[in-house]
Every structure is written in structure tokens, then in C-alpha cells.
Design a binder for this molecule. Structure first.
Ligand SMILES: [Zn+2]
Length: 398
């Protein structure tokens, strides 16, 4: 963690080209890829790293990492980001698919998903409405795709970019992907251009909600791959500025996500409302993040309460961000993950080992820190099943 910087003016918001200011939140040498699998500690420790230096737009409220270099990030078949081993997450996917099918009559329709992972959500929405889906994702593995009884889908293991021809679509969705892109203005205007004037597909985007990150000081949600952060206002403004009518933009999944629904505007689109952050908001968010870094560093290094080990539960980007931002790998005995592809791997940067939940029977942890509080209930049940008694702490608000 670097020392807080004084306020610095920035220019060129990637969403609206507006003027921006620094949050004074900067970290050096974080892993460029948080969820790639490494099978040895040395491989996990010798990886490409980059810097984070957040700025916020005074015109539209968009937040981004000004030090981001897209060439350092690689999305390939060893990119392991799925949350779908969790029953809680699968229920959320199913409920979201059912709601969209019901609310917008998505039956026997053509669905396109940009950044579909292994097709977990695409499968749900195609099955729920007997739809036909086409997904795009360079990290897709055919043997990991779910099979469905009704509807059908196919996935192209390639990125969706300026060279991609958009298949005919009634519904275009893009979940947990836009925050990985640096040129968000260019992406949304490009999408509007390829939709053209011919069709009026509904467009559904989901991204992490900056409002929650700022309110909780959730620094574990700030990592290199996520170079772009949105508030409901800045996400809405981005789509309105680029020729969409925004129908709704709401929080979901325990306030963690923003879900935006839009359709192409018939006219040139409404001019977006001014919704920028003030200097004070940016500085306050930066301070809140730094304060949480200090508190968690102290807490995880404090072994005075007992001699037992501390375990993190959830070996994804949040754990990587927590361990590298606080630089407290020595304070953590290991990380548990229910995804079998992650078990026995080593986390990028810190080199902390990932283990299966069953390993806790012999580890006997003093405390388990749950990386996403939405899984606390599911994890408590699993610990009880394993007959492991320990303190369970959720990051952020439970
Ligand atoms: Zn802006």
C-alpha cells in the first residue's frame, strides 16, 4: 500500500471524456491475473504484476484504474473465475434467469451473452424460456458447459470485440464483464453501432456496484482485472449517452451488483443527467478504503486471541486482493475453496495454498474469514457438517 497521494487532476474519463480527480488510493505490484491457476508456489509468486491508481470522473462519476495496462491481463482456459460451485450462487443465477424470462416474455427467443464463462447463466436462461443462446468467452471449456433439457445454446471460445459480427438477438446480456474493459465508452458505443437500426434487442448488463465498495471500504473488491467501476448513475449515463433508453438499473445479490436493462433508443437518446462525483466524495472513498486496509492488516496479523490458524474461505480475486493489498500472507494459514479446479493450487502473488473444505478437520482453524458475506450461511452449514468449530467472520456487511 502506497502513501495516500495529494489530490491530482486527471483528464480523459474513459466513459465520457470528462475531467477527473485522484482518489488517493494506489497500490503497486498487484497480480495482473487474480484467478489463473498455478500449481506451484514459485509459479504463483513469479507472475506479471501491475499498479492500481484510482481516479473518479467529476462529470459522470465513473471510477477507473489510471495505471491499467490491458496487455498484462490474459483470459485463457486456465482462467478459473466461476462461482457456480456454490448452491447460493446457482440459486441466484436461476432466479435471475426466471425473472428476466417472466418479466420480458423471453420464450423461444435468441439470446446472446458476451463474456459467458462456461455458459452457466446462458444455460439457465435458455432452459427457463426454451431459448436459443450464443455465448462468447475466450476462457470457455466445452467440457465444463452445463447440459440442459429444454432450449439450446452454443459458445464460441473467443472474445467479443470490434471484429465480431453480432448474431441476430432478441436479448443481449453481459454479466461481470464490462468492469474488465478499460475503454467502456468505446465498447458501449460499438455495441450500439453493431445493433444498428434493424432490431430492438433488450440489453442487460451486470457489474459490481461502486456504491457498496465505497460505503464498506471494500478494498478486496479492487483488483487489477477490474479496471472500471460504476455507480448506478454512471452506468445509466454511459448507456444513455450512447443511444440506449435505460429501463431500469437496480442493485442485486446482497447489494453487490448493479443490473441495468436498456433497449436501443429510437431517437438519438436522452442527454444524460450530470451525476459526477465531487472532489470530496472521491477523497472520502479513498480514505475509507485505506482505513479498511489498515484495520484488516491489524486484525489478520493479530494472533494474541489464540494460537490457532486463520483461514480464508473463497480462493478468488477477493482473497488475492486482500492478501496482496495488506501483504499479510504470513498471517494466513491457507485458503479454502469448494471449486475442485482450484484445490491444491497456489494463489497468485502471495503463493498461499488452496485446500478443500475437508482439510479443515485437521487444520482446526481459530477463525475462518469468508471473502463474500453472502456465502456465510452456506459456509456455516458446511463447517457444521465437517464438525469444525471455529469463529466465522464475513468481510464487509453480513
Ligand atoms: Zn466521465
Amino acid at each position: 500500500m502506497n502513501q495516500p497521494l495529494p489530490f491530482q487532476a486527471r483528464t480523459g474519463c474513459p466513459a465520457c471524456s470528462g475531467e477527473a480527480g485522484s482518489l488517493g488510493y494506489a497500490i503497486s505490484n498487484v497480480p495482473a491475473n487474480s484467478v489463473r491457476i498455478h500449481r506451484s508456489e514459485s509459479a504463483a509468486s513469479s507472475i506479471p504484476t501491475g499498479d492500481i491508481d484510482l481516479a473518479g470522473c467529476l462529470s459522470c462519476g465513473f471510477i477507473w484504474n489510471t495505471a491499467f495496462d490491458p496487455d498484462l491481463v490474459e483470459y485463457s482456459s486456465d482462467y478459473e473465475a466461476t462461482q457456480a460451485y456454490s448452491e447460493t450462487y446457482r440459486r441466484f443465477l436461476r432466479a435471475q434467469a426466471d425473472e428476466l424470462v417472466e418479466a420480458y416474455g423471453l420464450r423461444n427467443k435468441r439470446i446472446v451473452e458476451i463474456g459467458c464463462g462456461h455458459g452457466e447463466f446462458l444455460a439457465e436462461i435458455c432452459e427457463a424460456g426454451e431459448n436459443f443462446g450464443i455465448g462468447f468467452d475466450p476462457a470457455f471449456s466445452a467440457d465444463r458447459a452445463p447440459s440442459i433439457k429444454r432450449g439450446s445454446f452454443e459458445v464460441r471460445a473467443e472474445p467479443f470485440d470490434a471484429n465480431t459480427k453480432l448474431p441476430e438477438a432478441d436479448f443481449i446480456c453481459c454479466r461481470n464483464t464490462l468492469e474488465h474493459l478499460a475503454d467502456v465508452g468505446e465498447f458501449v458505443s460499438g455495441l450500439r453501432a453493431v445493433i444498428g437500426e434493424s432490431g430492438e434487442p433488450l440489453v442487460f448488463f451486470q457489474v459490481p456496484a461502486w456504491e457498496r465498495i465505497a460505503a464498506e471500504g471494500a478494498f478486496w473488491d479492487i483488483y487489477y482485472e477490474h479496471c472500471s467501476y460504476f455507480t448506478a448513475a454512471s452506468l445509466t449515463a454511459l448507456f444513455e449517452r450512447n443511444g440506449f433508453d435505460v429501463l431500469s438499473c437496480e442493485r442485486s445479490y446482497g447489494e453487490q451488483y448493479l443490473s441495468l436493462l436498456a433497449r436501443p433508443a429510437r431517437d438519438s437518446g436522452r442527454p444524460p443527467l450530470a451525476c459526477g462525483s465531487g472532489f470530496g466524495d472521491l477523497i472520502e472513498a479513498g480514505h475509507r478504503l485505506q482505513q479498511e486496509v489498515k484495520e484488516w492488516t491489524t486484525l489478520l496479523c493479530d494472533h494474541s486471541t489464540g494460537s490457532g490458524p486463520t483461514i480464508l474461505w473463497g480462493g478468488g480475486s477477493k482473497a488475492v486482493a486482500l492478501l496482496t493489498t495488506c501483504d499479510i500472507a504470513d498471517g494466513v494459514h491457507g485458503v479454502v475453496d469448494i471449486n475442485p479446479y482450484k484445490q491444491d493450487a497456489y494463489l497468485p502473488g502471495s503463493g498461499v495454498r488452496v485446500m478443500a473444505p475437508e482439510a479443515l478437520k485437521s487444520v482446526k482453524p481459530e477463525r475462518v474469514v469468508v471473502m463474500n458475506p453472502i456465502y456465510v450461511k452456506e459456509i456455516r452449514a458446511r463447517l457444521a457438517q465437517l464438525d469444525v468449530t471455529t469463529q466465522v467472520i464475513g468481510l464487509g456487511v453480513e
